[in-house]
Design a protein around this ligand. Sequence first.
Ligand SMILES: N[C@@H](CCC(=O)N[C@@H](CS)C(=O)NCC(=O)O)C(=O)O
Length: 215
Amino acid sequence: MAIQLYSLATPNGMKVSIALEEMGLDYEPHTINIRNNEQFHPDFVAINPNSKIPAIVDPNGPDGKPMNVFESGAILLYLAEKTGKFISQDPRLKWETIQWVFFQMAGVGPMAGQFGHFYVYAKDKCDHPYPLERYSTEVKRLMGVLEKRLEGREFLIDGGYSIADMATFPWIYCIEVFYKGAEVIGLENFPNVMAWKERCMERPATAKGMKVCKF
Ligand SMILES: N[C@@H](CCC(=O)N[C@@H](CS)C(=O)NCC(=O)O)C(=O)O
């Protein structure tokens, strides 16, 4: 009855393996190597019609039947509801958590991803400065929003570590470690964010989850 995880240790992939580890759920990881286009294999497309990692198959869905879930934010909410963990049962805090998960899904992830695309992957394909300027400016703005939110807070949501943290900090790690963008984004200007990212990564289950389905 183990949850089947289809992933790769990218920021979107890590979120889900971190949640599975933190929630103590039984799961089996399967690496989908997107560099080899494995996300387009019909067996994977049958699970995620959008051909992107991560995705899960829960053999024991809410109605007792198998359930496929794709979109990392939806998977985090699904797992949090399944276990009752890492999302507050207090309605206000629960909606704050959902709000910050959506902020990550609609803002931090897509903008940082586009920044990485133009700063790293498409470096030699675009000689116009506009895309990099646009996405780095937006990433800096979003970092400022996080910096303010984390002023005087240990984690994004009062009451402790939650799926909102799991969704978001891997992107800061990605900007720093995968994209090597510390200087261009000016990560040193966001001390609350950087300290929070370290706090998240110090958690043993989170650190373990970050290494699942490694490149
Ligand atoms: N919104 C999606 C984004 C997933 C996503 O972009 N995954 C990337 C890796 S981080 C991927 O599978 N890329 C392969 C491709 O675009 O072909 C989510 O959060 O699950």
